[in-house]
Write a protein of this length. Structure first.
Lengths: 259, 376
């Protein structure tokens, strides 16, 4: 089981789960999944010290109301890395967390050992629009996130209680703060990606119905020497849907990159 | 008691397969269903109805703002108010209201309302609303900023109306280096402000602090009673009793010469309003951040039925609509007045969904000639 801790920053408390031993790996969660230690965390923790904070306004972290946009999140994570004494961790980010990870790597490439982006948000590609998750019912959202309907059916409680519904609403409220408009993107990010100088892997599930695979390909094209891995028959929520495969791809890359 | 004639200006011509095919009449309901020829006719018919209400002696005629929807065809309520200003004489022209939560430039609202005050000879009433959830999608404003934007825009507009000195305005969402309103409004210190509430205690306190008119919207009378009590309590805590006219009950009203005729004509109209016009998903109604967690907890715990699941009989029993002969409507409104702990303004939605022009004008006539005198 992971250690749970709260770290105090100037704007509030950050909820952090950490477990495992090895080189430090900072995991930045997607819009869903805050505050939970999942199978894939556990698998990565076999080879790395996995540090999984909740973003401002998500899970067990405070609201940090002064954080208004993704650039504030970059400085938030630089503060948290200082607080945790993380010098150059591997950074792994999924979806919304992938966007933050890419912005962090653009801003402070010297603070990162290597980068893994799983179906990252963050680019504005008008010809490949991201599906509007804010318009979807929970059932529609789960149906969009997973390739395998059987796994999707288990992913969301059949009759969620009030606290669960409120926690989901709070997470999405924070997402709306950072990603309502421009929609889950920073129009300036594309022209800044050349600044990422660390080894980078972009993982693209082939059946991503939330963020079209063109986004991952564009990231891989613009980040110098980035590697792109496309995963067949997998939905957007790969780290929930195929945890072992995601852990294996990630660990394999990081082990190679750090040698 | 003051009486107002409120118009939503609905577009009633929905396709036959609307119920099965579309999650809502708003946001993504295709505008191919909007027929421009019919649209032109509707605007002129609806403005005629509002002008007629002025002639009938209603104290107010009211319009409001909605975007990308068949529910109401007034993206700019100020344009409708301008069209009415020089063709009416007595009634207050009530804009209920401008959706200042989604306006990119709220100073424009201060300017337009000030102009309307002049065009109407000091008859304008300025309502402010946050805008419904789906309108935050429609105008690309994050609902997580809704309340801050509303509060900042309100403060800016009131200061712009009342300041006799140029000032700079800096708040998190807005920056103006030169605010120097031309024209200043006619009514001093500024046009009356109305705020529709939907149960938020923040809104009740806000209205009480500023002594604004608090207005109910669509809820069952048992719920509206709690809202009105909340407003009265907030005023009491500030050490005053609100004047009756500061509490406004709004409700769809349909009057016909006989009870049977009233119900036969009102039933399809009200069913359209609640099942089609107001049809929306939870995501359209309350996108993330639109409600505070405590308000959302309150709403979900209350276990209210969605509008679409309310039967016609329930709507009448709950006080969410008032239908009948003039005597019946008079009696029912007296009951509701009692049940709600009193109100000094009644804002009636007389043009309901697909009601015809003849139905709307006859209902308004019967109300003005038989119900209003009895209740005044």
């Amino acid at each position: 089981l992971p250690n749970e801790e709260f770290r105090q920053l100037a704007g509030g408390r950050v909820h952090v789960l950490r477990g495992g031993a090895g080189q430090p790996l900072l995991f930045l969660h997607a819009a869903g999944g805050a505050g939970t230690w999942l199978e894939f965390h556990q698998l990565l923790a076999r080879g790395f010290e996995v540090i999984a904070p909740d973003h401002p306004g998500f899970g067990g972290s405070d609201d940090f109301p002064e954080a208004e946009a993704v650039d504030d999140l970059v400085f938030h994570y630089l503060d948290l890395m200082d607080e945790l004494g993380l010098d150059r961790p591997h950074v792994v980010g999924a979806s919304f967390g992938g966007w933050i990870a890419a912005e962090l790597a653009v801003t402070a490439p010297h603070r990162i050992a290597s980068l893994v982006l799983l179906s990252p948000a963050g680019l504005r590609l008008p010809d490949h629009p991201v599906a509007d998750l804010f318009l979807m019912s929970p059932e529609q959202l789960v149906g969009t996130l997973y390739h395998d309907p059987a796994i999707a059916a288990r992913a969301f409680p059949a009759s969620p209680d009030l606290d669960f519904v409120l926690a989901q609403y709070r997470d999405l409220t924070a997402l709306a703060r950072f990603g309502w408009a421009p929609f889950l993107s920073n129009p300036k990010l594309e022209r800044r990606l050349h600044r990422i100088t660390v080894p980078t892997l972009v993982v693209a599930p082939s059946d991503d119905r939330l963020i079209p695979v063109a986004h991952a390909r564009r990231y891989a094209e613009l980040i110098p020497d980035a590697r792109l891995t496309e995963i067949a028959d997998c939905g957007h929520a790969m780290y929930f849907e195929r945890p072992a495969e995601f852990a294996e791809v990630t660990a394999g890359f990081l082990n190679g990159a750090s040698r | 008691m003051k009486f107002s004639f409120f118009h939503l200006m609905p577009y009633p011509y929905l396709p036959d397969d609307f119920d099965e095919k579309y999650p809502s009449s708003s946001l993504t309901f295709p505008n191919t269903y909007f027929d421009p020829k019919l649209g032109t006719q509707l605007y002129h018919r609806y403005l005629d109805e509002l002008e007629y209400a002025d002639q009938l002696g209603f104290d107010g005629i009211a319009v409001n703002e909605h975007h990308q929807t068949a529910y109401g065809l007034m993206p700019s309520p100020n344009i409708m108010a301008a069209a009415l200003a020089r063709r009416t004489e007595h009634a207050k022209i009530m804009v209920l209201g401008n959706a200042i939560g989604i306006r990119g430039n709220p100073l424009r609202v201060a300017e337009e309302i000030a102009m309307l005050d002049h065009l109407s000879g000091g008859r304008v009433v300025s309502g402010f609303v946050r805008g419904i959830g789906w309108e935050y999608f429609a105008h690309s404003i994050s609902p997580s900023r809704s309340r801050d934007r509303f509060n900042e825009a309100h403060d800016l507009i009131v200061k712009a109306w009342t300041s006799e000195e140029m000032f700079q305005w800096i708040s998190p969402n807005y920056e103006y280096r030169y605010v120097n309103l031309w024209p200043r409004p006619v009514q001093q210190p500024h046009p009356p402000i109305y705020i529709p509430g939907a149960g938020s205690t923040e809104t009740m306190r806000f209205c009480a602090e500023h002594r604004y008119t608090y207005m109910s919207v669509y809820a069952p009378a048992s719920v509206v009673r709690r809202w009105f009590d909340g407003y009265r309590k907030a005023a009491d805590e500030l050490g005053y009793v609100p004047e009756p006219e500061k509490i406004a009950f709004s409700v769809p009203i349909y009057v016909a010469d006989t009870s049977a005729r009233a119900h036969a004509e009102a039933r399809p109209a009200l069913e359209w309003l609640f099942r089609k016009g107001l049809k929306q998903t939870a995501q359209l109604h309350s996108p993330p951040g639109y409600m505070s967690l405590s308000s959302l907890r309150g709403v979900l715990s209350a276990g209210l039925k969605p509008f679409s699941q309310l039967s016609y009989e329930e709507l009448l029993a709950n006080g969410q609509a008032v239908v009948g002969s003039p005597d019946e409507v008079t009696g029912r409104l007296r009951e509701l007045h009692e049940q709600l702990g009193g109100f000094g303004q009644l804002i009636g939605l007389f043009a309901i969904g697909p009601s015809t022009h003849e139905q709307v004008t006859r209902s308004a006539e019967l109300f003005a000639t038989e119900v209003m005198p009895a209740l005044r």
